[in-house]
Design a protein around this ligand. Structure first.
Ligand SMILES: NC(=O)c1ccc[n+]([C@@H]2O[C@H](COP(=O)([O-])OP(=O)(O)OC[C@H]3O[C@@H](n4cnc5c(N)ncnc54)[C@H](OP(=O)(O)O)[C@@H]3O)[C@@H](O)[C@H]2O)c1
Length: 184
């Protein structure tokens, strides 16, 4: 009989940060860069995305299409469109049976909760200083990672690809990035 095995699948944090590490304000993004949104879509499509309940709320009831949407909340409920989970243990179990890359898409609470699980980061640098933001990434969140490469998304936007120190960049993410750049 075939044994049931689990995968160690790739987990990638994807975030856009301002020069002062801002990521959010009033439950939404404090900037408007359509190119970064296109990049996010191209990178995450056909894969799994994991987000906190507040980030999910920022989509105003819409799921991200063509992606497995997983939402972390202490008050999980049943849904036809979203998988709600309520702990890191459930996250570990669920993603070990998912065969596609898993993109951790925020917000700050969820990046912090899952920081030990993140293998690689895609960090878009927003060329602004946002003084009145209310959500910021911790300044040291990239400390255990080294820069693999950076990609020019537009005249003003750069995305850094970071890999956990001691690891090598995954072929899987390199392919995803290469395809996304072709279509951007
Ligand atoms: N710039 C970017 O790339 C980016 C990316 C994503 C989000 N954002 C922004 O970030 C902001 C939202 O981020 P946020 O940090 O406030 O919220 P969040 O991380 O999206 O969600 C927080 C929620 O996650 C759930 N949660 C947290 N820890 C948990 C645990 N240990 N167990 C179970 N559930 C847990 C709780 O949901 P319940 O309250 O339901 O229990 C909590 O209220 C928004 O402004 C959004 O636009 C920016």
């Amino acid at each position: 009989m075939k044994e049931l095995t689990t995968n160690h699948n790739l987990k990638v944090g994807i975030v856009a940060i301002s020069q002062n590490y801002a990521v959010g304000k009033d439950g939404t993004l404090p900037w408007n860069y359509p190119k970064d949104l296109s990049w996010f879509k191209l990178i995450t499509e056909n894969n799994a995305v994991v987000m906190g309940r507040k980030t999910y709320d920022s989509f105003l009831g819409e799921v991200l299409p063509n992606r497995l949407n997983i939402v972390i909340t202490r008050k999980p409920m049943l849904s036809d469109h979203v998988i709600y989970i309520n702990s890191v243990d459930v996250f570990d179990t669920l993603v070990s049976y998912v065969s596609c890359p898993v993109f951790i898409i925020g917000g700050v609470e969820i990046f912090s909760l899952l920081s030990d699980r993140i293998d690689e980061w895609l960090v878009t640098k927003i060329p602004e200083h946002i003084n009145n933001a209310d959500k910021f990434m911790p300044a040291g969140f990239m400390d255990n990672f080294k820069k693999e490469k950076e990609y020019q998304l537009s005249d003003v936007l750069v995305c850094e690809h970071l890999v956990r120190r001691g690891n090598v960049a995954s072929i899987e993410l390199k392919h995803i990035i290469s395809n996304a750049l072709d279509l951007l």
